[in-house]
Ligand binder design. Structure first.
Ligand SMILES: *[C@@H]1O[C@H](CO)[C@@H](O)[C@H](O)[C@H]1NC(C)=O
Ligand SMILES: *[C@@H]1O[C@H](CO)[C@@H](O)[C@H](O)[C@H]1NC(C)=O
Ligand SMILES: *[C@@H]1O[C@H](CO)[C@@H](O)[C@H](O)[C@H]1NC(C)=O
Ligand SMILES: *[C@@H]1O[C@H](CO)[C@@H](O)[C@H](O)[C@H]1NC(C)=O
Ligand SMILES: *[C@@H]1O[C@H](CO)[C@@H](O)[C@H](O)[C@H]1NC(C)=O
Ligand SMILES: *[C@@H]1O[C@H](CO)[C@@H](O)[C@H](O)[C@H]1NC(C)=O
Length: 604
């Protein structure tokens, strides 16, 4: 809505249909002036028409209200609020009985989200209109799994009937689109602290679809352990901003917390403690929790480097915990699989089997990060094996050894996946550079995850070969950057801390240039050397939300235009149980556009 005088009058008139209950302790309400919400002192005269901050911000100065991420299609939010009784909301789903469990869980969570809007979950003024949510989606079970083909779009229409009841219609191609519609609807339901009641934006039309199909967060649960509870909380946050991929970097050289059915010793030797584990039941629970929230939970088994704990006594690794570590790896403890031991591939197969059984991944991550030639070269048995093949010991020979590993490992993936040709992701590394990339990695099969800087010329070399990519450029999307060093004094390797503004402005088009159509999306990463579940939330949030809007909406505008909306969105994260970092003093939330050094043009 444009903030014309007429618009403002209309807003006041419509909002004032709601009855205000006088309150002793409320001093301020809001009004919309020149496209900005301004605090106004409440008096006897203006009390009845006073507007709460969330309602003011829905209509004042912005076409998209307070939605995060902003929709990509047409948005119409007319100035009409209705009090709703959240104990009288019914959701009608057009889907099969067999899908009921999924839908029930999604509905339950949605209702929880509405309850969470009410301070202390105690409502003073129950009552209001009934609301019906109708969800129209095809009855197709095959569509209940998120894949690269899933259409996540939705349409949302809200209107009132003659008796004032609120009707919301969500139309989507599948559960995932419909779930996104529910998420948007939840953001249009607010708590008015002047009237102490829940209100819904009652005349709305939105069509929406994501720009990028891969919108992910990576969590490393090996350097430090995270409880299932904290992982679920992360999935809750992701659902709020329509992120759809949880990349679970489960194991590394530091610990092996995953239960592998046929190889229980990996867990027994590799977990930090008997409590710090992910049983197969835990995994199934996380995967289903994600699905209900529109999220694929994708496992990574990083190899051949980044292994160690759990593999003791197997005689299948090289340089495990070798010292001085910096000669053999990038951080302690070192460890790499020995590609020359045939039995090692049987163990891999059993790990993959558990992963395919429990995660049912549509895309699988095989790691491939940071292999050290020195590590392999320190093993006499490896050197002997290479000589036997007639190879030398030059770098190119070790790359050949790596290629051998990758092919053998992939054959085991294909075996457990019944040759379903599951797309495979690998990190950028020596193997993704020429000539090795052409010799070893088929662009039809491999997706490359970029973790170099966003301006690295290597990115173009990968793209022009036809590979699809996922972007995790560390200069914008490594959320563990910043803070003390842990193997030295000073600051950690990728310092400084990356502000949300940089995350928001990390444009994949700029990174990929002419090859933008090869970009599946991006992931923000938390590597856990210096983070665990106690400090997880403020590292991810609200920066993960900044990335979520970049990936869902890819707005042509930058962080400045998003700032005031982000402040409000951050409150939403906190309301939903996430310990999101504060971005500015609360005063800035209440006094829009008074904090930026360069105030923005609210009329633009
Ligand atoms: C949804 O249900 C209605 C009847 O309740 C039916 O007419 C319609 O075909 C269904 N839509 C889909 C897409 O299955
Ligand atoms: C919702 O869908 C129903 C049935 O298709 C229709 O009668 C109603 O007008 C729709 N309401 C809105 C707000 O789109
Ligand atoms: C909702 O908006 C539409 C289009 O602006 C308008 O025709 C309709 O009268 C509005 N409904 C209500 C109840 O205000
Ligand atoms: C480990 O493997 C090497 C080479 O295959 C062999 O010489 C050695 O005896 C093995 N050690 C154990 C403990 O199995
Ligand atoms: C591997 O070690 C041998 C000595 O054992 C050395 O000659 C060779 O240069 C090393 N290879 C690499 C790639 O460092
Ligand atoms: C592969 O096929 C077997 C036997 O039919 C089945 O039990 C298993 O679930 C399948 N695995 C995958 C990943 O599809």
């Amino acid at each position: 809505m444009k903030s014309s005088a007429l618009g403002l009058a209309l807003l006041l008139a419509l909002v004032s249909q709601l009855t205000a209950h006088k309150s002793e302790d409320l001093i301020y309400g809001y009004e919309c002036r020149s496209g900005l919400c301004r605090k106004v002192e409440l008096s006897e005269e203006n009390f009845a028409q006073a507007i709460s901050l969330p309602v003011c911000r829905l209509f004042c100065g912005s076409q998209i209200g307070t939605l995060w991420p902003q929709p990509t299609g047409a948005v119409r939010l007319d100035t009409l609020m209705r009090q709703v009784d959240i104990s009288f909301i019914d959701i009608n789903v057009n889907a099969t009985v067999r899908k009921e469990k999924l839908w029930r869980a999604a509905e339950e969570r949605w209702m929880e989200m509405l309850e969470a809007k009410i301070p202390d979950r105690k409502i003073l003024a129950r009552g209001g209109y009934r609301m019906s949510v109708n969800i129209n989606t095809p009855d197709d079970l095959a569509l209940a799994k998120l894949t690269l083909e899933t259409d996540e779009s939705y349409n949302l229409e809200i209107d009132t009937d003659a008796s004032g009841h609120v009707l919301a219609n969500i139309t989507a191609r599948n559960f995932f689109g419909a779930r996104n519609g529910l998420e948007t609807l939840a953001q249009l339901i607010v708590y008015d602290d002047i009237r102490r009641e829940v209100q819904v934006t009652a005349n709305v039309s939105i069509s929406d679809a994501p720009v990028y199909k891969w919108r992910g967060l990576l969590l490393d649960t090996s350097r430090n352990y995270y409880s299932v509870k904290s992982i679920k909380r992360t999935l809750d946050g992701m659902a709020l901003v329509k992120l759809n991929t949880f990349h679970w970097h489960i194991t590394d050289s530091h610990s092996f917390p995953l239960e592998v059915r046929k190889r229980p010793e990996l867990l027994k030797l590799g977990a930090y403690s008997p409590r710090q584990v992910y049983t197969r039941r835990d995994v199934a629970e996380v995967v289903e929790y994600g699905r209900v929230r529109g999220i694929r939970v994708m496992p990574e088994f990083d190899a051949p480097a980044h292994v160690g704990e759990g593999w003791q006594h197997k005689n299948m690794t090289a340089c495990f915990n070798a010292q001085p570590w910096k000669d053999f790896c990038v951080e302690p403890p070192c460890g790499q699989l020995d590609p020359t031991v045939n039995e090692m591939y049987d163990v891999l197969e059993d790990i993959y089997e558990t992963m395919f059984e429990k995660f049912d991944p549509d895309v699988f991550h095989m790691g491939g990060d940071e292999v050290s030639t020195n590590c392999w070269n320190s093993s006499r048995t490896i050197r002997k094996w290479m000589k036997k093949q007639g190879w030398g010991l030059a770098t190119a020979d070790f790359m050949r050894l790596w290629g051998h590993f990758q092919n053998e490992a992939l054959a085991r993936v294909d075996k457990v996946a019944n040759n379903s040709q599951t797309p495979i992701i690998l990190w950028t590394s020596g193997l993704t550079e020429e000539p090795f990339i052409d010799e070893n990695l088929n662009p039809e099969r491999y997706i490359i995850q970029i973790w170099t800087t966003g301006v690295d010329p290597k990115i173009k070399k990968i793209l022009e070969r036809g590979y699809k990519i996922i972007v995790s450029n560390y200069d914008a999307l490594y959320f563990d950057c910043g803070g003390a060093g842990w193997v030295t004094d000073g600051n950690n390797w990728c310092s400084p801390y990356i502000g949300w503004q940089k995350v928001y402005d990390n444009n994949l088009k700029t990174i990929a240039g002419d090859y933008e159509h090869h970009v599946l999306g991006a992931e923000a990463a938390i590597w856990s050397e210096q983070i665990d579940e106690h400090t997880l939330d403020n590292r991810f949030w609200p920066r993960a939300s900044a990335m979520a809007e970049r990936l869902w909406s890819n707005p042509s505008t930058g962080w400045k235009q998003a700032e005031s909306r982000l402040l409000l969105h951050r409150e939403r994260l906190v309301e939903n149980g996430l310990g999101a970092e504060a971005v500015q003093p609360q005063w800035c939330l209440q006094n829009e556009n008074e904090c930026p050094i360069d105030a923005y043009d609210a009329q633009a």
